[in-house]
Design a protein. Structure first.
Length: 416
């Protein structure tokens, strides 16, 4: 079967959340099918690194975009019905490439990861099409409203509403739609678009993220995640302001390592707090995980699966997470990880692990066993195979009206 795979971030190297899922999908589909990958790169370095995907697909096309131009595309969408997210992920070169491929060849399946690039194939007819939303991005924008000051909050609300309308429209243009977690799938089902839907989870490489025999630091807490991402920034600033001082009152020697690329100024300032280290980009997060007594994921904004939780659990490092972050992981609070709601909850959960080595060992083994049984990529890909089979068994959905499609996407924005 010939498959055209389109995604918003080039899926190699698979070192961040937006690349890990599409890479594993591409790698799996390529075992039995001829897969062509089309995606975007935001720098020369990213475009060069993309060549590493060659052993995992039949061919690939990477299209370089530049941040100033993409920002202008976002602004150009503001007075229109199109979400700015679609403008940010639009490339005339990639649009031309995909049109040319679809005109010259017959693809049995078009697989899209992330709604922001579904615009490239929404009006295509003749192939069966799957849209893997992953997370329902509109809900994340709407969550931002509570954490952004007025009038910026109005902009996030407008984008969230526009994107939700677009998600519904796009879902109707595809033969099958999927999500990452049961919760995201329930949101998708709630759109009632009439398109068949299902979900398949993210996995983790439990052989790569394996427990380290080296001793850990009994006073070290770690947080791992990209620090140019607002939910991570907000979580760490709040944690250092509300939780860390309370912990220090009970255990003065506690240390915190914030591990992740591109920290903004608000995060870099946290390194001025005694005992807090902000690492920036690191070549390998595993030594930082292995050195920690536990990791925290105190996110107040979270959609889908938090890979940071899966990776820590796979490495046998106990996790204390917010309810919303834990919701995306197939694990039982109290059994496989600990969940907190308030600052006092975090203090109690963290001290429970730090002060009781047997409890730490219990959570270490239980967490790793859980991700190996419930978040294994091979099992997730078997779910995907069943979804693909169900999609291919039906007739392709009739393409939406081309004029309506052009009117609601930023494809015509004449920016170079």
């Amino acid at each position: 079967m010939k498959v055209l795979f389109v995604c918003h971030r080039f899926p190699y190297p698979p070192r961040r959340g937006g690349k890990i899922r599409p890479f594993n999908i591409v790698r799996h589909l390529s075992l039995q099918h001829e897969v062509t990958v089309c995606s975007l790169a935001r720098s020369g370095e990213e475009a060069a690194a993309a060549a590493g995907i060659a052993p995992f697909c039949a061919r690939f096309f990477v299209h370089r975009v530049r941040e100033p131009v993409q920002a202008m595309r976002m602004v150009a969408c503001l007075p229109t019905r199109a979400p700015s997210s679609l403008g940010y992920f639009y490339s005339p070169e990639m649009a031309h490439r995909i049109r040319s491929l679809l005109a010259a060849e017959r693809f049995d399946l078009v697989f899209v990861h992330c709604s922001s690039v579904a615009q490239y194939v929404a009006s295509h007819a003749g192939s069966r099409k799957i849209l893997d939303f992953g997370d329902m991005d509109s809900q994340k924008w709407l969550d931002y409203v509570r954490f952004k000051p007025f009038p910026l909050s109005l902009g996030y609300r407008l984008e969230g509403m526009k994107l939700m309308r677009e998600e519904k429209r796009l879902a109707r243009a595809f033969d099958f739609c999927t999500a990452t977690t049961r919760g995201e799938w329930e949101t998708l089902q709630g759109y009632a678009t009439g398109t068949p839907t299902d979900w398949f989870p993210n996995g983790v490489d439990a052989d790569y993220f394996a427990p380290d025999a080296a001793p850990y630091d009994a006073d070290m807490i770690a947080f791992v995640g990209r620090m140019d991402y607002f939910p991570n920034q907000e979580a760490m600033v709040r944690f250092c302001a509300e939780v860390l001082p309370r912990l220090r009152q009970r255990r003065p020697g506690i240390k915190l390592a914030i591990v992740g690329a591109d920290p903004d100024a608000s995060v870099r300032r946290l390194s001025e707090i005694p005992g807090v280290t902000v690492t920036g980009s690191v070549p390998d997060v595993r030594p930082h995980l292995g050195n920690a007594a536990l990791t925290v994921a105190p996110l107040n904004i979270a959609r889908g699966t938090q890979n940071k939780i899966l990776e820590a659990m796979a490495q046998g490092v106990p996790v204390v997470a917010s309810e919303i972050a834990a919701r995306g992981v197939d694990a039982a609070p109290g059994e496989h990880l600990l969940v907190a709601r308030t600052a006092e909850d975090y203090v109690a959960a963290i001290l429970r692990i730090l002060e009781d080595p047997r409890e730490r060992a219990r959570l270490s083994h239980a967490g790793r066993d859980r991700v190996r049984s419930n978040h294994d990529w091979s099992k997730s890909m078997r779910r995907l195979d069943a979804i693909v089979d169900r999609c291919m068994d039906g007739a392709p959905r009739e393409a939406p009206d081309a004029q309506a499609t052009r009117a609601s996407t930023p494809a015509a924005v004449p920016l170079r």
